[in-house]
Design a protein around this ligand. Sequence first.
Ligand SMILES: C[S@@+](CC[C@H](N)C(=O)[O-])C[C@H]1O[C@@H](n2cnc3c(N)ncnc32)[C@H](O)[C@@H]1O
Length: 246
Amino acid sequence: MLPFYLINKFLPLKRKLQSLYLHRAGQIVPHLTPFITKSDRVLDLGCGTGSIIKLIKISTHCQATLVDVQYNAMCDQYPVLIYDGQKLPFDDNVFDLVMSGGSTAFINNIPQAIKEYARVTKPWGFIGDVNFFYHTLPPKKLISDLNNMMNINIQPWDETYWLQQYQKADLEMYYHTIGKTNPASDEQVIEYCRKLIDQKDWNFEVRKVALDRLVEIMNLFNENHRYLSYGVFITRKQMVKHDTLF
Ligand SMILES: C[S@@+](CC[C@H](N)C(=O)[O-])C[C@H]1O[C@@H](n2cnc3c(N)ncnc32)[C@H](O)[C@@H]1O
């Protein structure tokens, strides 16, 4: 996530982010909605902008619950339950679908978080997760710059890392696909930032400082994209743990 002070200052940036999240949500939601009915309970975990649940609701009219550790100014359509970020405030086996659109990586204890997803999902219910991972090991400095800027603790996880997490939580893989992120050119980054700043009625000095900072942030994200892929992971909670016969 970008720092909130930036998101809220730039309306076009807010719109761009909303459409980015919608795009990401669009990659996974069509795989899940055929199974979801009006009476089904769906949890949007780390809902952020609420883009995931908006899309799911449009086609299913499901019973939606949204949780996060903080409010997001862009999520203004549904009430959000704020929790401690560790133990989900729900009983066991209550949701037909638990959906996390890029939020799992932001949680401190990922193995524990995925176990929590499984705990609140009904037997044979679905868990949908979209996660970024590195197809090529990035420089350590890039990771530490990103973590410092966003005040998070991402690590250079690869695809296997995520697959192992679902396995450890006894989740059965139902659908899995991956794609690459595309970095923009340096010129495109500057052009994009300049357009955003040009819409503000600021004096020269403020515009210069804001442009430099925005380009710095966008370059960091863009550099990260050179090493990143994303994965769509849909798993199911098993009724009983399968024993292997052979
Ligand atoms: C990439 S953003 C949001 C993505 C969201 N699916 C969307 O469409 O806007 C990651 C989200 O994870 C949330 N988050 C961070 N730690 C969390 C935790 N322990 N439990 C749940 N959500 C968490 C953040 O507050 C943030 O809203």
